[in-house]
Design a protein around this ligand. Structure first.
Ligand SMILES: Cc1cc2nc3c(=O)[nH]c(=O)nc-3n(C[C@H](O)[C@H](O)[C@H](O)COP(=O)(O)O)c2cc1C
Length: 175
């Protein structure tokens, strides 16, 4: 499968650790590309609506090439730290820009990985999970997994061997 991973974290920390563990499991049988929004120039959606009558976004930045990659993928893996009870702005910005070609994202496989500084029974993980469930319902995604981990310090997830094994195993089951 072609897998696109959208890394909603700009620092080399817990989400990157989670992505690397997943990729370790999945790399053999899949072509994987990581999209790093903080390294791209993607301006926020202005809701101009022009995309609904033309192909793609009118913004002459990294939006369309990024959406091309997402539209061409069989699976989208959304990976984000919790920022203020929700996903990070970097990830949300890319998702908002998918509005220009939302219907081309129908029927994908999807997965979600979240890390946060609060224990996993905090409502924030449920809020994020529900938001992705709604997107999945709207776009008929086959949601393969949604995983949340508690990890505050930058290197904390790396010390959680059970989490790393779980993420590697998830990767091994893909493709
Ligand atoms: C701007 C900002 C907002 C945050 N908001 C929350 C929050 O609402 N709830 C929480 O549990 N952790 C919050 N955190 C902590 C991060 O979610 C947590 O440390 C995460 O594992 C960081 O992932 P990273 O190492 O990949 O950046 C926040 C961190 C930052 C920088």
């Amino acid at each position: 499968m072609k897998i696109v991973i959208i890394n909603g974290s700009a620092r080399k920390g817990n989400i990157l650790t989670a992505i690397n563990a997943f990729m370790k499991g999945a790399a053999d049988r899949n072509a994987i590309e990581v999209i790093q929004p903080d390294k791209l120039h993607i301006s926020p959606c202005k809701g101009c609506g022009v995309c609904q009558c033309h192909k793609g976004c009118v913004d002459n930045d990294d939006t369309n090439p990024t959406i091309d990659k997402i539209a061409a993928a069989d699976m989208i893996l959304f990976a984000t730290p919790v920022y203020w009870w929700g996903m990070s702005a970097q990830l949300k910005q890319v998702i908002d820009k998918c509005y220009c070609r939302g219907m081309q994202l129908k029927g994908k496989k999807a997965g979600v990985i979240v890390t946060g500084g609060s224990p996993v029974d905090n409502i924030q993980y449920e809020l994020i999970r529900k938001q992705f469930e709604c997107m999945a319902g709207y776009l008929s995604w086959d949601m393969l997994f949604q995983k949340s981990y508690y990890a505050t310090d930058r290197d904390e997830l790396a010390k959680n061997t059970a989490a790393i094994e779980e993420l590697e195993d998830l990767g091994k089951k893909i493709g």
